[in-house]
Design a protein around this ligand. Sequence first.
Ligand code: NAD
Ligand code: DAU
Length: 340
Amino acid sequence: MKSVLVTGGAGFIGSNFIRHFLVRNPDVDVINFDKLTYAGNLENLSDVEGNQRYHFIKGDICERGDVELAFRKFKIDTVVHFAAESHVDRSILGSSVFVQTNVVGTNILLDVAKESGIQRFLHISTDEVYGSLGSTGKFTEETPLHPNSPYSASKAGSDLLALAYQHTFGLPVIITRCSNNYGPYQFPEKLIPLMIINALNDKPLPVYGDGLNVRDWLHVVDHCVAIDAVLQAGKPGEVYNIGGNNEWKNIDIVKLILQKVGKPESLIRFVKDRPGHDRRYAIDAAKIKNEIGWTPSYTFERGIEETVQWYLNNRGWWSRVMSGEYQEYYQKQYDEVVRS
Ligand code: NAD
Ligand code: DAU
């Protein structure tokens, strides 16, 4: 491995991954290939800009010419594919861009990788492709795919295409499916940063439905360590679930955040539910633990404490990303609380 193309490297997980990977892999060049959509922000990587092994290309995975140019220019031998439209609520407001980026864009990337003859193609996927759980059980790699939102359906589509390229053409594809991430540089449309920032601003905290939906939370750095480990030791054609065995009801997370920020529970507003809202996710991560030796290192207590501190210390970052387009999205998504 000499030259790694990281798609979506200016987003939340991609930027955390690049920072981690450059330190852990001192002989490898990293090429961040990102379209810089509303979710992409080069400020997330300002601390690595001067690193001679870090390169940025503004490009679109849906434009074959952009992708081919990057492969040629940097002699890419490995791909870590994060680039996607990633927010469920936005996929409910409009699904076309999800199909375009997540399915068509992934197909173009797979095709160019096939033509170039690479060593590894790591496709970053999500536990949401498995659908929703009842009150017991966990997702294993054998759980049938049953995506429920336009977002998760587009991710499942891209997973199947990636596996088909492995089966049909022998492209060395590996897939990881992780649970909900949290940590620094997460765009404020997602639950944890949205609740921290609204609490800091004394604004209502919009909880969907009864607040009893369950997510399995993992610190983004633990996810990045797992991806690096799979890149080194994973087997082509395999899927690896990643999760921290850390289930929380949404309402309990919201109350915990209010406690950390020192704000009252009277800020909580129960609002209309997300259509088709998956009830519970939980990951069985036995395969990656047993076969690759990865385990998470963050406790949730430490992770959430550090995350709240990060948002407290980085008001400039979130004020900038929340200006412009975000305001329009917020008004549309949260009209109930905006009007009240
Ligand atoms: P994000 O929305 O923060 O970042 C996505 C990045 O992709 C942005 O930098 C954006 O500019 C870029 N991008 C979008 N369309 C592009 C295109 N056409 N060409 C090039 N770049 C493009 O997303 P994230 O939360 O960091 O998620 C990254 C990946 O991890 C996604 O594939 C997502 O499905 C998966 N995932 C996310 C989570 C989570 O909790 N956030 C959990 C499991 C898996
Ligand atoms: O499970 C992995 C997935 O986690 C990733 O594939 C997605 O990219 C990522 O966005 C995330 O999806 P979720 O829909 O689970 O995350 P989100 O932060 O949007 O919501 C978490 C839970 O909180 C969910 O049950 C909906 C609820 N919620 C969310 C928001 C934004 C609220 O109650 N109020 C809100 O305002």
